[in-house]
Unconditional design. Sequence first.
Length: 179
Amino acid sequence: MRLAGKHSGEKDHFDLLPLAGVLLCLLGTLLLVTLSKGAIDVGAGAEVGWLAQADSQGKVPVLIEWDGSHAIWHSSKGLRRIEENFVLYTNSDGSWSRVNAKGDVEKVDGPQSNAMDPLLDYLDAHRQTHYALIAVRPAGFKSFQRFAARFEARKIEIASEPIEEGRGLRLIASGEKMR
């Protein structure tokens, strides 16, 4: 004997498909917002921040950007653009030679003052507490050794890192928050 209604054609059920659709839309929206924020942070015009920490000897970095034609000194007074022909003076056995940007060598009486002198003088005066951290752009790779020789000639400690062309750069103080 069969009870009426026990096996009727109607079943009680709960469909999860609309709930899953809503959750997938929410997940897609969150993913879109996250990727958009990431693209803005690392996209065109984004700035790279290097954390300014003392090295193992306790020296503080002084940031200098080099792109092959000019240097940008990140000083406490702001950015200082240094443009000159970046000639190199060498002293061998008491006679001075000047090597220009083309690599030509000529005899001179001694080094002449130039636009790099304030930076070199600052690093020379603070040699015990500071060192030069040079960010080298791709356009400056070829002439970097000639540029770095100016620091090495005065026995100024340097470190270098490559950086993308056109990417903004700054040192971040230890207590400062990144933007």
